[in-house]
Design a protein around this ligand. Sequence first.
Ligand SMILES: [Zn+2]
Length: 230
Amino acid sequence: MNIILFGPPGAGKGTQARLIQKRYDLDLIATGEILRAEIAKKTPLGVQVEQIMAEGKFPSDDIILSLFKERLDKVSAKGLVLDGLPRTLNQAEKIAQAFEEAGCDINVVIQLAVDEEELIKRLSSRVVCTACGAPHTANSSSLEGETCYKCGSNHFVRRTDDEPEAIRNRFKIYNEKTKPLLDYYSKQGLLKVIDGMQSVEEVNKEIETLLGQMQVLTRKPGCLYSAQDI
Ligand SMILES: [Zn+2]
């Protein structure tokens, strides 16, 4: 089962991708996470993309595609969840091609539909613990006196790509470059829409119901996917 999770920045793709990955024992390719790890390790790629991401922009298609192909080669037989890619039509076409060359299909594209204004509010209040990386919500402008629920630290930082200016940029790019992909996948009959403004649990439940129904419809043998897998 190969699944693409689709939605604007902050729609909850990362959280849902992880839940699906665990539930169905799939591999996960999350480009944002991969790139942030490269930045933290200060690899040549990390240094290259750090500035780009801080401005709310995205790395080039070439960088994303090479990360994707590198990981596609190592994927387990059960399939894959994509979080944060494709972001452009070019990426979508190349990814479809790579799947085809591997003898497999994209089984479903799940769109987490959200209210943009509401999302911008949520994103600007998102901070992470500097010690362990756990996400927190800043309810006030200051986090003084707050303690991390996970490690007890009281130092928090806003991700550079969550600064208001960067958020606006990410939405602009999403609307221009990524949103047209909905049409592309819809025409192929792959697109399923879920209300992403619900709670994490509710969204997850809907996704599982959807995948449960699809299991019956799409069972077929093939690489990265077999009838017993899900
Ligand atoms: Zn912490």
